[in-house]
Design a protein around this ligand. Structure first.
Ligand SMILES: Nc1ncnc2c1ncn2[C@@H]1O[C@H](COP(=O)(O)OP(=O)(O)OP(=O)(O)O)[C@@H](O)[C@H]1O
Ligand SMILES: Nc1nc2c(c(=O)[nH]1)N=C(CO)CN2
Length: 169
């Protein structure tokens, strides 16, 4: 059974945008994963973190992997692209977060295990996630949020975010 999942991508070390584009290509090659859409890339200052500016975006997947197996794939790719876990929210070459799973009807699958929380618990607090996610899912509605687009605009004003352009074909 194939499910729709949304992956948040971020990087603030190395050639960040190129890494995110390569990570999307690698995800498309991964077993049980097909990348069906990629948002624009967005630059923002680190939120609750330090280091250089981030580049962020969101990819839509069709996947036959169960959520924890998909997380395994994301973590293998993070390591392949040189991610080191030095301290919480440390600068990184690649961060891949599973935002939504089985997401035809958001918020999709709800899960709370020691390894995996779904939907991603900080999704609605971050302009760098919400902005690209709304590009792919413009009708996104959310329990307890009356106007997701207005929330996104207000987060963008508070946190600052700049569109860099679409991914390479
Ligand atoms: N939805 C999720 N997507 C990715 N990792 C998750 C998720 N829910 C829980 N985790 C767990 O979070 C742990 C820490 O992940 P990571 O170091 O990438 O956090 P982060 O991306 O730096 O911070 P944040 O979660 O605030 O974005 C992972 O080892 C993973 O087990
Ligand atoms: N702008 C921005 N800030 C962050 C980011 C990120 O991807 N972009 N990721 C974080 C932890 O995952 C913490 N802060």
């Amino acid at each position: 059974m194939r499910r729709i999942a949304f992956i948040g991508l971020g990087a603030n070390l190395g050639r960040a945008q190129a890494t995110l584009e390569q990570a999307c290509a690698a995800l498309h090659q991964a077993s049980g994963c097909e990348v069906t859409a990629v948002s624009s890339w967005w630059r923002s200052v680190p939120v609750d973190a330090d280091g250089p500016d981030y580049v962020n975006g969101v990819a839509q997947l069709e996947t036959s992997l169960e959520p924890e197996r998909l997380l395994d794939t994301l973590q293998v790719l993070e390591r392949y692209f040189g991610r080191q876990r030095i301290y919480r929210n440390a600068p990184r070459t690649l961060d891949l977060d599973l935002l939504l799973y089985d997401a035809e009807l958001p918020p999709g699958l709800c899960l709370n295990t020691p390894r995996l929380q779904l939907p991603h618990p900080r999704l609605m607090e971050r302009a760098f996630v919400l902005h690209p996610l709304l590009e792919l899912l413009p009708t996104l509605s959310w329990p307890g949020v009356t106007d997701v687009a207005a929330l996104c605009m207000s987060l963008a004003v508070q946190q600052g975010i700049e569109r860099l352009g679409g991914p390479q074909p």
